[in-house]
Design a protein around this ligand. Structure first.
Ligand SMILES: [Fe+2]
Length: 309
């Protein structure tokens, strides 16, 4: 398959209230590896199966939530093309110098979405010091710890003007809408799932009245057994579970939602189908949204709809 343009969600900077508690959570329990600290005290982390310098950054702040998500683009030329097309589309952009606030990252283009979120595009990242094996590779570079997540997988964003933001992802970044949940009118979309590749989704957006909100960031696990192991870790260390283990109707992924110590929702996720751009759009009516989100229980809990960071 010729995968071009946006490759994947590859970076997330998250606000947390307490660095020590957060590091216990993301490093010891979720199983990310600390790559290092920035001069201003942010912590850079990565999953065991990621080649890029880092993927998750924790920033100490007074409120939890999302600073931004980064999408990796295949070439400098496509990054420049997306920059020009984003300007023409009418979204505000900001240039971030290489190796500045994100060590190891090349030039970034920060795009301001009408949902209140910031999406950074970049094409060059240094290889991580502890990257997966390349020559006669072993399974691990370091023995797994905690839930042993392989990588940062996707995020669900809540904000206004989701329709306009979705247009940019589709028309400029050439991402595909994989599934949608319709609003009560049966016409407009309440939520969309967007893929840049063969994955079921890289980002999802839900139309919401408050701007810039994060519903969850998700980490990839190998299989259903790993989801069970992750649930055991959550039980062992009294991690606050939101929902699961269960399965989504949308994307068919197997999942657990839980909270970090600052109240940011996390997910561990595995399975689901391979997506190809020639597949028809899958559509959920609002009456079936419970089944779409939680396939077994078929009901959304109140927290899922109202708790965001
Ligand atoms: Fe998710």
């Amino acid at each position: 398959m010729a995968l071009k343009g946006v490759l994947r969600t590859g970076l997330v900077q998250l606000r947390v209230l307490d660095l020590d508690k957060s590091l216990d959570h993301y490093r010891k329990h979720i199983g990310l590896t600390e790559v290092g600290r920035t001069e201003d005290g942010r912590v850079m982390l990565k999953g065991n199966d990621e080649f890029d310098h880092h993927s998750v950054v924790l920033r100490l702040a007074e409120t939890p939530g999302l600073d931004y998500i980064g999408l990796k683009v295949d070439t400098k030329e496509n990054l420049e093309r997306f920059e020009a097309e984003t300007k023409a589309f009418g979204f505000e952009i900001e240039e971030i110098a290489p190796n500045s606030d994100q060590p190891g990252f090349g030039r970034r283009i920060a795009v301001k979405l009408p949902t209140g979120h910031r999406i950074d595009l970049y094409s060059e990242v240094e290889l991580a010091e502890k990257h997966p094996g390349i020559k006669n590779p072993k399974l691990w570079i370091e023995e797994p710890k905690g839930m042993d997540v392989s990588c940062f997988d996707h995020a669900l964003l809540y904000g206004p003007n989701a329709k306009e933001a979705t247009q940019w992802f589709v028309e400029v970044l050439e991402m595909s809408i994989v599934e949608v949940v319709k609003k009560e009118d049966g016409v407009e979309n309440l939520a969309v799932w967007l893929s840049a590749s063969n994955r079921g989704h890289d980002l999802a957006i839900l139309d919401y009245d408050k701007p810039g909100k994060l519903h969850h960031i998700s980490f990839h696990l190998e299989d259903w057994n790993a989801i069970g192991h992750a649930a055991d870790i959550m039980g062992q260390y009294n991690i606050s579970i939101d929902v699961g283990p269960t399965r989504h109707g949308v994307t068919r992924g197997q999942t657990i939602y839980f909270f970090d110590p600052s109240g940011n929702r996390n997910e561990v996720f595995c399975g689901g189908y391979f997506y190809y751009p020639d597949m028809p759009l899958r559509v959920w009516d609002i009456e079936h949204v419970g089944e779409g989100i939680f396939y077994y229980d078929k009901v959304l809990n109140e927290r899922f709809l109202s708790v965001v960071s």
